[in-house]
Design a protein around this ligand. Structure first.
Ligand code: GRF
Length: 187
């Protein structure tokens, strides 16, 4: 099987990156992580790129410079799909148009509910009984592209931001790999 070439964008702890890399080590998984991009030099997740000998780039400059540099690298590495995993910068419309239908993101809520930040806090405040995560295509509007997969998580009375985050992240790891398989018709 010829694997598609993925680039994962991160800004922080990179645990989703770690899980995508783990999945990609299976010969039947449709993508190989060929490049990791971080907009934050201190992102802990870079450790996973190093651990698995994956080339990585850290650029914490202006959006314009960041995108210009990254775009070159994406072509150089012949990247087929970009996976945003805890990437905290909003990409420009121009950048997104360049990779139309080839950028996916993971969001910690059941979209279309709770787009944007502080999703756990907002779900708890609204007394939701259910939350979860969503993997979706990225379009020009924040957290609004076509949904690929959602995974639900129950919210119990004694849950707080931390417990909820832990439960949702656990589901995220499965969701991201399933979504990638689904995109390439392997589910
Ligand atoms: C995840 O919870 C994801 O939903 C959100 O940012 C978090 C990233 O975590 N977009 P990590 O960097 O993958 O550990």
């Amino acid at each position: 099987m010829v694997k598609k070439r993925a680039c994962v964008f991160i800004s922080g702890s990179g645990t989703n990156l770690r899980e995508i890399i783990r999945s990609s080590r299976d010969y039947s998984f449709p993508v190989k992580v060929c490049l990791v991009v971080s907009n934050n030099k201190k992102a802990k997740g870079i450790i996973f790129a190093k651990k698995f000998s994956i080339p990585f780039i850290c650029i914490s400059t202006s959006k314009y410079k960041f995108e210009k540099t990254i775009l070159k690298k994406l072509f150089e590495y012949k990247i087929d799909i970009i996976c945003l995993a805890g990437f905290m910068k909003i990409l420009s419309k121009k950048f997104i148009r360049n990779f139309k239908g080839k950028i996916i993101n993971i969001h910690p809520s059941l979209l279309p509910k709770y787009k944007g930040l502080n999703t756990f806090q907002r779900a708890l405040k609204s007394n939701e009984k259910l939350t979860g995560c969503t993997v979706h295509f990225v379009n020009e509007k924040l957290d609004s592209g076509k949904i690929i997969i959602k995974k639900k998580v129950n919210i119990y009375k004694d849950d707080n931001i931390e417990t909820l985050k832990k439960k949702v992240q656990f589901e995220e790891y499965r969701a991201y790999s399933s979504a990638i398989r689904k995109i390439y018709n392997l589910n």
